[in-house]
Design a protein around this ligand. Structure first.
Ligand code: AR6
Length: 186
């Protein structure tokens, strides 16, 4: 097997889809679907801030800003996870405003940041697919492809959990992962 195909296959083995609440997972870092102001909000962001306690909002306020498509890191405070990576996905405007590339960038930057900190396990929610309105099916494909490509290209050894909040979301991510596994083994 060619080198690139082999690293893609090894990367795919490190990705797992689970259904549940991201704050309950036993991983080193969880990713927050944040906004550019890094302000506590609703959805998964609200759940993470509630579980972490008020120190998380203070740490976010001290950083102050994160551009769409980028990510920053704080401690996890009261969370099980030692770190929170705050990734800002795009608001869906119909698909013509660079949303796909910005969503991919939010996943990629989170993984790069985690690798720089030596984090070995990380869980992502389905960034942008709630309040920000990104179509769930399209986002699942981007999430799976970007995580697999980034792990393979940079030979990042992290274990990646795609944490879905509904069975419908989990089914979309599992299908996207199966499709990529089939493609990369053919
Ligand atoms: N664990 C895992 N996934 C969850 C959880 C949870 N506890 N709770 C919700 N989800 P959203 P966005 C799923 O709206 O679209 C916030 O106010 C949810 O079902 O949390 O990126 C921020 O501060 C959906 O599939 O994030 C921003 O202002 C996914 O997480 C804005 O919302 C993402 O939904 C970001 O919007």
């Amino acid at each position: 097997m060619a080198g690139a195909a082999a690293s893609q296959q090894r990367a795919l083995e490190r990705i797992e889809v689970v259904e549940g609440d991201i704050t309950a997972l036993d991983v080193e870092a969880i990713v927050n679907a944040a906004n550019e102001r890094l302000a506590p909000g609703g959805g998964v962001c609200g759940a993470i801030h509630r579980a972490a306690g008020p120190e998380l909002a203070r740490a976010c306020a001290a950083i102050g800003h994160c551009a769409t498509g980028d990510a920053v890191v704080t401690p996890g405070f009261g969370l099980r996870a030692r770190w929170v990576i705050h990734a800002v996905g795009p608001v869906w405007h119909g698909g013509g405003a660079g949303e796909d590339a910005l969503l991919a960038s939010a996943y990629r930057r989170s993984l790069e940041l985690a690798a720089r900190k030596g984090i070995k396990s990380i869980a992502f929610p389905a960034i942008s697919t709630g309040i920000y309105g990104f179509p769930a099916d399209r986002a699942a494909g981007i999430a799976v492809r970007t995580v697999a490509e980034t792990l393979a290209r940079q030979d990042i050894r992290e274990r990646v959990v795609l944490c879905c909040f509904s069975s419908a979301s989990a089914a979309l991510h599992r299908r996207a992962l199966d499709e990529l596994r089939t493609l990369s083994s053919s």
